[in-house]
Design a binder for this molecule. Sequence first.
Ligand code: TLP
Length: 345
Amino acid sequence: MNWIDLRSDTVTKPSREMRESMSAAEVGDDVYGEDPTVNLLQDKTADILGKEAALFVPSGVMANQLAIKTHTQPGDEVIVESESHIFNFETAGASFLSNVQLLPVNGKHGILTAEQITQSIRSPIYYNPKTSLVCLENTHNKAGGTIYPLEEIKSIAELAGNRSISLHLDGARIWNASAASGIMPKEYARFFDTVSVCFSKGLGAPVGSALAGTREKIEKARKYRKIFGGGMRQAGILAAGALFALEYNRERLKEDHKKAKLLAEKLQRVLGIHIDQEYVQTNIIVIDIKARKESSGDILAKLKTKGLLLSEMGSTTLRAVTHLDVSMEQINSAAEIIQSVLGTK
Ligand code: TLP
């Protein structure tokens, strides 16, 4: 079947040009720090984010978990948004790997305010856990690709700085936030101690993420990366894909955003579903199916028989993600499939 795969932007496959640059990559042993292409990618990533250093890692989860490990001590508490990736989709990694407790706080469309964070910081009574880290997510996946307002980030950073609390950004899709808002990645990144970014989502590289921060933090993270089993050898082949993605696939993310808006608009006519059009800000559409008397699994199965793949986000929400391997024509077909399977108003 010729699938229309909107489950995630992680399903993108490397283009012929990307594969060519990967096969031509100069490589070395990165555990010795001798892979020139990995070193180039790390320098370039650090530069784009305005940070001293960056570390290439196999996945976004590893980048986030390394950040948590480097900023905390066992027994500390980390403030996260309750729908965040770190809290929901990293298999309790923070408690498993760093022995910390996560404090989930309900944001609005994924956005926590400085005020909410202030109220969530523990007072320094000895039996309280120590609040040592706050993690934000931009764009916010589960909230539907929402963009964090820069002014709010600024206030949170000021507050965190005053209270000596570290600030980490899960910037897996910071590229989408930037393409949509026109705010450069480094303008976002300057407010954070560390930033994780992914090359393997909307940018279309097959593998890889990075953690950026001060040289000191990144050296600490390098040691933990080895402990977590993330020390790779001739990883330049992968880094070349990421370099290609950074060079050629950032600007075009705007097309994915257009496709998401178009699809979301077309789905307004579908029976028993709800999409917050205002919050379709980048490449993710969260579809609320509460009003339908069917399970998400049943709906997904029906769509699948017509060649359309979406993913389940929560018990009553589905997700559609646009990306570089889905054409405008396929977006139109996806809308038609959903309309015919679920019915129109
Ligand atoms: N997100 C995946 C799934 O895990 C849900 C997806 O399909 O969107 N931070 C954010 C905000 C993410 O969305 C993801 C992946 C990660 C981190 C983890 O990246 P990987 O999958 O590379 O470990």
